[in-house]
Ligand binder design. Structure first.
Ligand SMILES: NC(=O)c1ccc[n+]([C@@H]2O[C@H](COP(=O)([O-])OP(=O)(O)OC[C@H]3O[C@@H](n4cnc5c(N)ncnc54)[C@H](OP(=O)(O)O)[C@@H]3O)[C@@H](O)[C@H]2O)c1
Length: 303
């Protein structure tokens, strides 16, 4: 089986490549913008590709003819999307359209990664049946991406996820856990939102769910996230507790006081029963995820 991963330089993309490298029955094509930022360079084929260029997208799909594509690439900075809706559309909507069009000839199984931000956050935790109501340019773009995939006529899977945390090879991509850990270690004060609630998701867990969907050709819409629905503030506090750092540097703030460019849903969280049943998805608790991160950071220091 041949699987093409878009966004292989990103957090989820890197985890997918490493997880697939542990198997010997998959041909892996990694695809990302610019140079390959994954430390390990062997065991897969790398294509540098800007997905907003339709010609390149078509050429790459034609060349490799993957059985399955796991599309993780996206413009993921929510405020940047709000301030630059044209780029957001190119990367989050047009790119999906180009990939889907190119995949039609080969009937590729299209696995698309989407977000809890398709909901407005007034009634979380959400099931797959709940009605979406995106609040931001980013959320609208991801919703449009979903629509393109589910109307494509291709075999499709949409995995919605949220607040992914994990360690990447190139350290370029931070997330709530790494940011809180680093800031507190340096004795820096951090403002952390106390009125947004999410289910923190270990990148490795999400990668496993993607791979199960790919291998078993499981189709449909799935909510895939950590099971605990907690405030961003609680995430930071539990990071501090786990790594034995001083919580006095954590300053609780409200969403309203932050005045970010894009609106965020206040309380999301997912009911993940469908993913548990059909994707054998059993995400870890935050502390178990922090243990994984701590071991990876230790290994990196030793290397
Ligand atoms: N992170 C979260 O908390 C979260 C929550 C909900 C949903 N999601 C969704 O989950 C998916 C994976 O998220 P992630 O955190 O792993 O993302 P990420 O770390 O930001 O990685 C996304 C990757 O997409 C690449 N990319 C963007 N535009 C591209 C283009 N035109 N051509 C080629 N590559 C392009 C970026 O390349 P460069 O590195 O070159 O910029 C980046 O490496 C995304 O679809 C995101 O919307 C994420």
């Amino acid at each position: 089986m041949k699987i093409l991963i878009t966004g292989s330089n990103g957090l989820l993309g890197q985890k997918l490549i490493y997880a697939l490298l542990n198997r010997n029955d998959i041909t892996i094509i990694a695809c990302a913008r610019g140079e390959n930022r994954i430390t390990r360079k062997n065991g897969y084929h790398y294509e540098s590709c800007d997905l907003s260029d339709q010609f390149t997208v078509t050429e790459i799909i034609k060349k490799h003819q993957p059985d399955c594509i796991i599309h993780t690439a996206a413009m993921t900075n929510v405020d940047a999307c709000e301030l630059d809706p044209i780029s957001c559309r190119r990367y989050n909507v047009d790119a999906v359209h180009y990939l889907v069009e190119a995949c039609k000839e080969f009937k590729t199984h299209f696995i698309n990664i989407s977000t809890d931000f398709v909901f407005d956050g007034t009634a979380g935790p959400y099931t797959e049946e709940d009605v979406a109501n995106p609040l931001s340019v980013y959320a609208h773009s991801k919703m449009e991406g979903e629509k393109i995939v589910l109307e494509s006529g291709l075999p499709w899977t949409i995995l919605r996820t949220m607040i992914i945390y994990g360690v990447t090879d190139d350290k370029q991509r931070s997330n709530i856990v790494l940011w809180a850990k680093k800031s507190l270690e340096e004795g820096q004060s951090i403002n952390v939102i106390n009125d947004q609630f999410r289910g923190p998701t270990l990148a490795e867990d999400l990668a496993d769910a993607c791979i199960v969907a790919a291998i078993n050709k499981t189709q449909g819409l799935f909510h895939v996230s950590g099971k605990e629905v907690i405030s961003i503030l609680e995430i930071a506090e539990r990071v501090a507790d786990f790594f034995d750092l001083d919580k006095k540097f954590i300053q609780p703030i409200t969403t309203a006081s932050l005045k970010q460019a894009a609106l965020r849903p206040l309380k999301t969280g997912f009911i993940i029963e469908k993913a548990e049943r059909e994707l054998n998805f059993h995400p870890c608790r935050l502390e178990d995820g922090l243990k994984v991160i701590s071991e990876q950071l230790l290994k990196r220091q030793e290397a």
